[in-house]
Ligand binder design. Structure first.
Ligand SMILES: *[C@@H]1O[C@H](CO)[C@@H](O)[C@H](O)[C@H]1NC(C)=O
Ligand SMILES: *[C@@H]1O[C@H](CO)[C@@H](O)[C@H](O)[C@H]1NC(C)=O
Ligand SMILES: *[C@@H]1O[C@H](CO)[C@@H](O)[C@H](O)[C@H]1NC(C)=O
Ligand SMILES: CC(=O)N[C@H]1CO[C@H](CO)[C@@H](O)[C@@H]1O
Length: 263
């Protein structure tokens, strides 16, 4: 930011007003060979990070998102989950990817291997032990668990045309009982784990006007008090990757816009 136009100043003030992130979990990540991502967002709860490539298939017109979601379950043997919510801002409506860390499996004496599932989160009922179909075709599902318990969930999602700004949610849980993830805690950090993700391949800024359901304007999925304690729309994704210069400009424009709405 060489010149201090009012616009730049507003962005600067906005950035300065965001809570500081002491550690970048993005920068700390060392993926196995063959897994590399152009962009990473440090997420504001659980020390989680979302690494991703966004590519646009010219023939189908559909964007696709290759991602690695990295978080540590609330306890060993628990689960981590990340998803896009195309209809709201909270958990209900989320099209989720979940990695079960494996190992200890409550009420079962046999150790289980790590597993990845998809869940169409329709409400607040407990999830079952089988995947349910989600709106975005998911391929390349994989998971690895580090010796210190960190879980990395890999997937590729086929998104819909025009999806450039999406609401996303993430969560960690402490246990799995007979194959089904147990409900997560309801601490503030658990409840605020949602935000806005600005998708871009880094080549050209995506117009914020194309935002789908950004800001607090969404309708469904927010009606349940459990997940609607005034979620901060600023809680989303600030790129702190090495790619910041390319990615953060559109992200900041959207954040500035959101900040304008709440401020
Ligand atoms: C992400 O994109 C980079 C640069 O194009 C590429 O090297 C890398 O293999 C891609 N990663 C995945 C998981 O597709
Ligand atoms: C997810 O669940 C909702 C509510 O039951 C349903 O309307 C929607 O079609 C489901 N999505 C998929 C991809 O099955
Ligand atoms: C946990 O145990 C149950 C029953 O013993 C099994 O069906 C399930 O696949 C196990 N693994 C996970 C990751 O939940
Ligand atoms: C079960 C679960 O998700 N617990 C997490 C909720 O958030 C708190 C922090 O506020 C974490 O410490 C828990 O691990």
């Amino acid at each position: 930011m060489a010149s201090t136009t009012p616009h730049n100043l507003a962005l600067l003030l906005l950035v300065l007003s965001l809570p500081p992130v002491a550690i970048s979990f993005c920068l700390k990540e060392n993926f196995p060979s063959g897994r590399a991502y152009v962009t990473c967002d440090d997420l504001h709860s659980f020390g989680a990070a979302l690494h991703w490539n966004w590519t646009h298939d010219a023939s189908s017109g559909s964007p696709s998102l290759s991602l690695a979601f990295v978080a540590t379950p609330a306890a060993p043997g628990g689960w981590v989950a990340w998803g896009i919510n195309p209809t709201g801002t909270g958990m209900a409506g989320g099209q989720a990817l979940m990695a079960l860390a494996g190992g200890a499996n409550v009420s079962s004496t046999t150790a289980s291997p790590p597993a990845v599932r998809t869940y169409n989160i329709t409400g607040y009922a407990p999830l079952g032990e089988a995947s349910t179909p989600i709106a975005f075709p998911a391929t390349d599902l994989a998971v690895d668990v580090s010796s210190d318990g960190k879980v990395r969930l890999y997937a590729t999602l086929k998104l819909e045309k025009g999806m450039t700004v999406v609401n996303h949610v993430w969560q960690v849980g402490s246990s799995v009982t007979r194959g089904a993830p147990d409900v997560h805690a309801m601490d503030p950090e658990n409840l605020s784990a949602m935000g806005t993700l600005v998708l871009s391949d880094g080549a050209a800024p995506s117009p914020p006007a194309a935002a789908r359901g950004s800001g607090g304007a969404s309708s469904s999925g927010d009606g349940n008090g459990d997940w609607s304690p005034s979620p901060s729309p600023l809680g989303g994704s600030i790129s702190r990757s090495a790619d910041t210069a390319r990615v953060s400009a559109p992200a900041l424009v959207v954040l500035a816009f959101l900040g304008f709405l709440v401020g």
